[in-house]
Every structure is written in C-alpha cells, then in structure tokens.
Design a protein around this ligand. Structure first.
Ligand code: DPP
Ligand code: ZN
Length: 863
C-alpha cells in the first residue's frame, strides 16, 4: 500500500471545464453517462489518467467516435486515455450497483432512497474522473428514475423535467458554480418535504427545502429554523451571503459522517436533523443547530474556496469548525461552548497526538484520506484559527477573511494561502506562528513561580513560562511555537496584578521562545498565576498550584472558564491522591471549599453545573502515564462516592431548588436541566436517592430528563437500571435514532455479563451492521467509553472489539477504521494492557483482505 505525500503535489495535467452527467437509477444496474470537456494544461504529452473504483466500463467515445482499445488502458483503479488532442469531448459510460454498496461511499441506497457521499474520494465510485479537489468543473446533471421514486435531486438549480415513456421521469439540474467532484450530490427517493424561504441581506429570495423520512416532518422544524439563523449570522459576522436560488438538505439513515456540504444539496445523517422535545436531548438540539450551521458555512469556506489537495483539509474544516463554534457561542452560551470544545481537545485530540496517528493539522503523508477527518484536523485546526482570531482581534480577523475571499474566490488553495491572507491584515509576523500547521504534538507549558524579598521589603514574584513539545511518532524534533498565553495574576483576596515589564498585554503574553520570565511586585507573598486562561492555545499546562490556590482561582478569577478549569484540576488532584493511597479520604477543607463554591454559584446554574462535573476517565488519562485502568477507574469511583457523601446536603439543595418549569429549549432551561442531571448523577451513588431517579424517569416530558435519569441509573443497582431500560425500550422500539441512546447506555455498563448484553444488542431487530449509527452506538460506545470492560486484563474487551472489526471491515472500512482508534492508542497504558492490545492489533494486521483504512492505522500503531 502506497502512501501519498504532500511534498509530491503536482498540478493537474488536464482540466475539465464542464461535466454533463446522465444517470439512470437502478438498484443493481445504474447507468452513468459522463460527458467531459477536456483540455490539456500546458505543453506535455502525458495521457489523461482518470480514477475509478468498482466501475463496470461500458463505452468510451472521443469527439463522438468510439475509442478503440489501443487508445486507452484500464488499470485496477485508473482509466488512461492516450489522445494527442489538446481539447476533446470525452464520453464515458459505466454501470454501478448502488444496492450492493455497503461502504456508503459513492452512490448507495439508504432505506429505499438513493444518495451519494463523494468526499473525500467517492466520486470515482460513480464514474471515471480526475478525482481530486483542484479540478473544478461546471456540472449539469440529469437524473432518470422510475416514477415510483418521485423526488430527483442534484446540485444547483432545476432547469428541466419531464416524463420518459410511461414509467420513468427525469429532472435536470445545473450548478453554475465550478466545483470539485467531492461536492457532487444526487438524492432520489420519496420524502416528506418542509419548505421555507430566506431573503438574503441584498434582497435575494432563497427557497429552503428539507427532506425527511415520511412521517417525520415535525421533527425537521428545528433544523430549518437553525438554517435560517446560520444564514443570517454569516451575513452579520462575515458579510457572506448564499449564492444559489435553492438550498436543500436531505436527512438519511445510513451515513458514515455527520453531514456533507455538497453544493446546494447537503446530505445529513438524520441524527443531525431530526429533533423534538420527546425524542431529542438538549445536546441533540445543540448538535443539530451546529452541524446545520457547519455545513452551511462550508458554502464559503470549502465550496467557494476549496482545498488544492487533501493535505489541506484543515483549510476548510478547521476554519469551518471555528465558524460553527462562534455561531453556537452566539446562539447559546460562550462559556458552555468553550468548555464543550476544550473537553473534546483534552479527551480525544491530546490522545490522538500521543498516539501513533499523531499528525500536524496539515498532514504530510496519507494512505487513506478518510482516516484524516480527525480531531486534529478539525478541532485542533479550529483552535489554530481561534489563535489567529485572538492575535488579530475580531476586526483584524475579519479583514483577513475578506482578503482571503477577495484573493481566492473560485479557487482551490492551500493553508499557506490562508496564512498569507491573514498576514496581510496584521503587523505581527506570522512566520513562526505558521509552525502550528507543520508541527504535531501537544506543547506543554510549565510554570515556575519564584519569590524573593527586595531591599525595601517588597515581595518580588518571578514567573517563568517554558514550552516543550514532546516528540511524537511522526516527528522527533520539535521547535518552539508561537503561543498566545492568556494570564491572570491574582492574590488570595481577588486583587489582580500586572507585571513590571509590561509583557502582559490585554491579559496575554506571547510565549515564542523556549522560555520567558516576567516579574510582579506585591506586598502580599501569596499570588496565584492563572495560566492559559480560556484555553488560549491547544496546549497542556504544568502549574504546580496547591489546592488553596485552585480554590482561590475558583473564587476570584474573572473568566468563568478559568474557574471551571481550576475545579477540574482540583478534582484531578484528589483522584491522584486516592490512586497513590487507595482508601484514603479527601480532606475536609477541600469539601468545605467546594461547598463554598456551590454556595457562591447557587444562582449561576450554568457554571455550577459544569463545575460539578468530575473529569472523565478519558481526560484523566491525558495527565497520566503507565495507566492501570482498573486502578484509575477505582480511584475515580472512590472520589465520586466520597463527593456524593460529603456534599449530599448541598447537592440535594441544588437539586430541589431547580423547579420543573414547563419545557422549553432556551438557554436558561437548558442550564437548569443540565445542572439538575449532573447533580442527580452524583446523588445516584447514594442508594437512598434511587427514588429520585425513578421519579424523574416517570415524570419526564422530554428526552433530556429521561436520559438523565437513565444515565444516573447506571450507578444504581442493576435491577433498577434494567427495569428502566426495559420501559424505555418498550416506548422507543419504533425509533432507531432514540434507540441508539439505549444501545449506548447498555454498551457502557460496567457489568460482568457485558458481552452477553452486547450480543443481545447486535441481535436486536433494530440493529444492523450496515448502519453506522447503530454500530457506533453499540461497538463504538463500548470501545471508547466502557473503559473498564474494554481494558479488562483478561484481554476479553480487546478481543471482542477486534473480532467485530474483522467482520465490519469487510462491510464498511471507514467506520471500522474509526472504531479501531482506542485499540491503537496503547501508548499511555501500563505494559500488561499494551501487550494485550498489540496482540489484537497483530491479528488485524495479519488479516487477509484488510482495508487500507484499517491497515494504515494498525500498521502505524505497531510500527
Ligand atoms: N461533511 C464533513 C464535514 O462537514 C466533511 N466535509 O466536516
Ligand atoms: Zn466540515
């Protein structure tokens, strides 16, 4: 298997100005006639090499004449045309079988509807083409189908339709915007349709259409409202308007990703469209709004300006994630958004950077592009864009964006082009900053605090910040990064201090060398540095603060994020203490400090709720090495049990003070439900509160509270949990999206009969290995989140997942490669875990016919 390297990029040897597709749909014999206007780029005599995968070639014609065999070569995954002409019309006819397409790339059937997924390299499964993002073409697409399939959709605007004979019909679409083939889309089926319209700021009317499964219309309303909010926000914040007459979104049940930004015709995993009070949690509503916005924002950052090659993926994804994060912060709350995204970074991105899959946000080498739709490219990529925003300020960032569109609208460009546009909007030299694109790994910022008395009996505090990026599997040498470090210096009465050297500007120092120092004079000997406030850079911090200082930060730091963060560090500390001395009790002054914190924040349920969340097992792993899973889980559990006991009265008071106002999806109501359910999960550790869980389950009129009760019941005795789960299943058996939550709850239970449970789930009538959402709910949840059972030291968890992946890989390699991730991240664990994990990785590697998706991750992990 051959890797591709970023350094080997060559511009395309040919261009394709127009693509005319005529597609006659059939489950096993779909005919694709593709007419391409080919032009040679520059003077050369290389053949035209087209990509193709799993296609049956029926005919080739050049300028209207069938091409005889000596003028083309059919390879395994290529079709080469040997023509001396500089421009010609090429017509290629192929046949494909959507019904047999279980990998869900290219054209496939999802629950009776045809749909496509072409990013990254799926278009080559539809027809022979130069399947690379820097070949931009204007598409005209005619979709033909039996009349039993009433809705025929493709990109752009509909320009013609009619009957073909008695039983068939067609619709013809034209997309005036040149686009790469990964943005091509076709959908055909029978849906319920929601319609609306949006008038852009310049007065253009856009028809909005949302296609959902029959009977699900009311569950699409929120998505459509979200779309309008996103359209308005992009006009207000970035001056970006929509550019076609129609914007369509289709929700399908079988989908590898979350959603896809095809020009004018987004295809969505139904999970990110359908939502109502009964069936969707507050998190689901949040996700619908943010994914709808994300795909909409791609229309400019991704579609109008696209990537030159796939190594540049973060150009569109990091930027668009940043945009959707800013949007969500404006629609909901900046604080809870920031916490959410920082959790993703700490739980998943840091883990990726510590593993054999470590890569810069702009990777250098790729075997299977689908493996690089990662938390690094997306979420760390968004953090890098956020640093531009921090350094340039909102106005500077906007100027940079305006310049980016001015220079590159209609082009396929690179991350360097983006940096250069940003450079034009600032006096800062961004040369060193650009290393964030080429250097992988998580930098660690260490804080040193020295105290001296000067002659006048003043106290001089010297703070030294150092940076160090540990070597990663892909890069042994690391250079200093340009790191904006948000800083607050406070004393134990909450007064804030500035430094003598004025290195702190706007609450920020720039750490761009291995280390830097600044001094602060104070009468008080006790100062606390709050470092990397608001997670101002994607880094770890080693700041040796005692628990009193952490509680001082909680009390006095200006930024509520920093207060939340201090509590997280405090909890991590306490859990470490129990790990080091199993059975030890956390001292009373810590509980007293937390009680005061609770009292202080009684009225701020948003912050209070977040502060009462203890760090996840996955987050704890990132501040530890040589992890014994059972010992760490036990310590975490012991801390949570003590937490519930020590704070029972305070927790109960918070719980009882939140009154059950009638349901609405508003930020206040979301904060209330969140806080209440966080508290309930703590109380669940005390058997006397089981009644409260059952009562909430019985009374709930919305999915957030129902699911909150079930999550809490995971800590109850298993009979109670089983009873509530059985009732839930009886209610929701008809709705697979809701049942996914039930699957995941079962799969994450720490119980002895877990494999019997998972086997039962896999045999459930609603389960299918061919449906990615189901597989992710059951097998993905187990591998990612049932840490104790997955990491069991008899090796049963690793083996179970591997056995499953061997079967799944033959059906859907992309999803298999996603779920193999926890197995490949063995580096942080104790040796006994590592041996067992590598044993199963070895089984995968030796498997005949392993996909290149799984091969790439497993072989790297074992290298
Ligand atoms: N559809 C995926 C996303 O929007 C890939 N482009 O991130
Ligand atoms: Zn995206």
């Amino acid at each position: 298997v051959q890797a591709k390297r970023r350094a080997d990029y060559q511009p395309p040897a040919f261009s394709i100005a127009t693509v005319d597709l005529h597609i006659t749909l059939h489950p096993t014999e779909t005919k694709v006639v593709s007419t391409l206007a080919i032009a040679r780029n520059g003077a050369h005599n290389a053949p035209l090499v087209l990509d193709g995968d799993g296609l049956e070639l029926n005919a080739i014609a050049v300028n209207g004449e069938a091409l005889s065999e000596e003028f083309y070569t059919l390879g395994d995954n290529t079709l080469s045309i040997n023509s001396e002409l500089d421009t010609f019309e090429l017509v290629i006819t192929t046949t494909i079988a959507p019904e047999h397409n279980k990998a869900l790339e290219g054209l496939y059937l999802s629950g009776g509807a045809y749909c496509t997924q072409c990013e990254a390299e799926g278009f080559r499964r539809i027809t022979y083409f130069m399947d690379r993002p820097d070949v931009l073409s204007v598409y005209t697409v005619t979709v033909v189908a039996d009349k039993s399939i009433p809705m025929l959709l493709a990109n752009g605007n509909p320009v013609d339709k009619g009957d073909i004979g008695a039983s068939s019909h067609f619709v013809k679409w034209h997309d005036p915007h040149p686009k790469p083939c990964y943005l091509f889309a076709l959908v055909a089926g029978d849906f319920d349709l929601l319609t609306d319209s949006y008038t852009t700021s310049s007065g253009k009317e856009v028809a909005l259409e949302l296609y959902v499964d029959k009977g699900k219309k009311s569950q699409g309303v929120f998505a459509l409202e979200s779309l309008k909010r996103a359209m308005k926000w992009d006009e207000d914040v970035f001056g970006l308007e929509y550019d076609l007459d129609i914007y369509m979104i289709v929700a399908v049940d079988f989908f590898n990703m979350g959603a896809m930004e095809n020009k004018g015709l987004n295809v969505f995993n139904s999970k990110f469209v359908l939502a109502d009070q009964e069936s969707a949690t507050d998190d689901d509503f949040f996700n619908v709004e943010s994914v709808i916005a994300h795909e909409y924002f791609h229309n400019w950052t991704g579609n109008r300006v696209t990537c030159r090659d796939w190594f540049q993926l973060s150009l569109k994804e990091g930027l668009t994630v940043f945009r959707d994060q800013q949007f969500s912060a404006d629609m909901t709350s900046a604080l809870s958004n920031r916490i959410k995204h920082v959790r993703v970074m700490r739980e998943h991105q840091f883990a990726e950077d510590a593993s054999a899959m470590s890569h810069p946000i702009r990777p250098e080498e790729v075997i299977e592009m689908n493996n690089f739709y990662t938390v690094t490219v997306y979420d760390k990529g968004a953090e890098v864009i956020r640093m531009f925003h921090t350094l340039l300020g909102p106005d500077g960032f906007r100027r940079g964006m305006d310049e980016y569109f001015k220079r590159h609208d209609g082009q396929a460009v690179t991350c360097d082009d983006f940096i250069s546009a940003m450079q034009s909007a600032t006096d800062l030299d961004l040369t060193q900053f650009a290393r964030w694109y080429s250097q992988s790994g998580t930098p660690v910022i260490s804080v040193e605090h020295k105290i001296q008395n000067d002659d006048n009996d003043d106290v001089i505090h010297t703070f030294t910040l150092s940076q160090h990026t540990p070597a990663t599997s892909d890069q042994s040498e690391k250079e200093s990064l340009y790191i904006p470090v948000n800083i607050e210096i406070i004393d134990d009465e909450g007064n804030t201090y500035t430094d003598n050297e004025s290195m702190i500007q706007n609450g920020m120092v720039i750490l761009n060398a291995p280390s830097m120092s600044f001094t602060v004079n104070a009468e008080n000997a006790s100062l606390t540095p709050v470092v990397l406030g608001n997670f101002s850079a994607p880094a770890k911090v080693e700041n040796p603060l005692d628990t009193a200082s952490l509680l001082t930060i909680f009390k006095y730091a200006k930024d509520p994020f920093n207060r939340w963060d201090a509590m997280q560090t405090l909890y991590d500390r306490c859990i470490k203490q129990i790990e080091d001395a199993p059975g030890c009790a956390i001292s009373n002054d810590i509980w007293e400090g937390i009680k005061q914190a609770i009292a202080q924040e009684q009225s701020n349920l948003e912050l209070l709720g977040e502060c009462l969340v203890t760090p996840s097992f996955e987050t704890l792993c990132q501040s530890r090495s040589n992890i014994n899973v059972s010992a760490l889980s036990k310590a975490r559990k012991a801390f949570c049990d003590q937490f519930a006991q020590a704070l029972e009265q305070e927790l109960l008071q918070v719980f009882n003070n939140i009154d059950a106002a009638s349901y609405s999806y508003t930020q206040d109501a979301v904060n209330q439900r969140r806080c209440k359910n966080v508290v309930l999960a703590h109380l669940a550790r005390l058997p006397q509160h089981e009644g409260a869980i059952v009562a909430q389950f019985d009374a709930a009129d919305n999915m957030t509270d129902t699911l909150g009760a079930l999550r809490s019941a995971q800590h109850c005795n298993s009979a109670t949990f089983d009873t509530l789960m059985a009732r839930f299943e009886a209610t929701w058996n008809h709705d697979p999206l809701v049942l996914d939550k039930w699957f995941a709850l079962h799969a994450t239970q720490n119980r002895d009969d877990i494999f019997a449970t998972i086997t039962m789930l896999c045999e459930h009538p609603q389960f299918a290995m061919s449906n990615p959402n189901r597989v992710r709910s059951v097998i993905g949840s187990f591998a990612f989140y049932n840490s104790e059972r997955f990491h069991a030291l008899d090796g049963s968890g690793y083996k179970f997942v591997t056995d499953y992946l061997l079967k799944l890989d033959a059906v859907n390699p992309q999803v298999a490669a996603r779920i193999v991730t926890p197995l490949t991240q063995w580096q942080g664990f104790a040796n006994e875990h590592q041996v067992l994990m590598k044993q199963q990785l070895g089984r995968l590697l030796n498997h005949k016919g392993l996909s290149k998706d799984v091969f790439e991750k497993v072989s790297k992990s074992l290298a």
